[in-house]
Design a protein around this ligand. Sequence first.
Ligand code: 3PG
Length: 400
Amino acid sequence: KKTVDDISVKGKRVLCRCDFNVPLKEGKITDENRLVAALPTIKKLIADGGKVILCSHLGKPKGEPKPELSLAPVAKRLSELLGQPVVFAKDDTVVGENARAAVEKMKDGDVVLLENTRYRAEETKNGEAFSKELASLADVFVNDAFGTAHRAHCSNVGVTQFISGPAVVGYLMQKEIQFLGQAVENPVRPFVAILGGAKVSDKLNVISNLLEKCNTLIIGGGMAFTFVKAMGYEIGKSLVDDEKLSYCKEMLEKGKKLGCEILLPVDAVCAASFPDPIDDANLAVKTVDISEIPADMLGLDIGPKSAELFANAVKSAKTVVWNGPMGVFENPVLAKGTIAVAKALAETEATTIIGGGDSAAAVNILGFGDKMTHISTGGGASLEFLEGKELPGVAAANNK
Ligand code: 3PG
């Protein structure tokens, strides 16, 4: 794939699509991992003398300029991280007079950030007019927005058709594709995949694809209970996707046929109801074997025997991919399963890759972030990658 190393940007206007879709609370960025991850590409473009025009979406303003979803706080923080001004092109039409004027004034090595691309309704429809407007601002296009690569929008796909010069990927995109791609397509074995999170229906294709690729598939979190029920156990009030019971049976069969071992929880931490508030530290819980979940309780974390079983499977692995927490890790009483798995990954010599979203947040909150080989910045994007799909953002960045 062509990257920023394959082009010359000296004196050129470079439109660089990043994923600055970061969580904000009262105008403050609460997790800046995506900004930090974008720095290597931005620094390279600055060092090479490009005029760096950054763009991104933030949240889902659905074509309405919403002040609380402005990228202004990102410009401010980026400028601190880069140690140089980042001019914010405040412009409700994204590529309007203000943006053009800001770009006009740029000198080599300057950085401008455009307003939230989703202030324009055409953005998410991959419309031609807005794609052309974006392309007209620059000579070269760099896509470093892995987190958005599963979307086909103007600012990551449409624009590549109209940019006059090359369209390439940045370092973050390259790194994500390298780690996730290597794990899925050519893993050093044994390859263990761990899936968790609430719903089976969110991960149907991931489960099916990973069964074909890995040696052991561990299933924990809320989604495990549909599998447990499919095996004939009573699961009390645990989360279940009844429509997916036959799918789960099919997957258990598929695992057997392909020689992929499927590990499910053998015990669970249960409570009478979902904790409210979610971090209620006084929640009364009961740990039981998976075949003994009381009728009036629901499983909210894997139990200690499951944690040991899963940790042992990780110990013998050479490649581990993890997506989705093992329980309601936001609650201290229900975080032990997720902590045990994070710890097992932190202690192994294996290549460890964490899918974005909740699992990345869990690993960072629990303090194991720097022990992992790679933590993806993509939530939905990393999941679709694990499904084996070609991501439109990746495909488009290399079509020139
Ligand atoms: C993400 O956070 O997963 C990406 O930025 C994509 O955001 P979206 O789900 O709003 O398209």
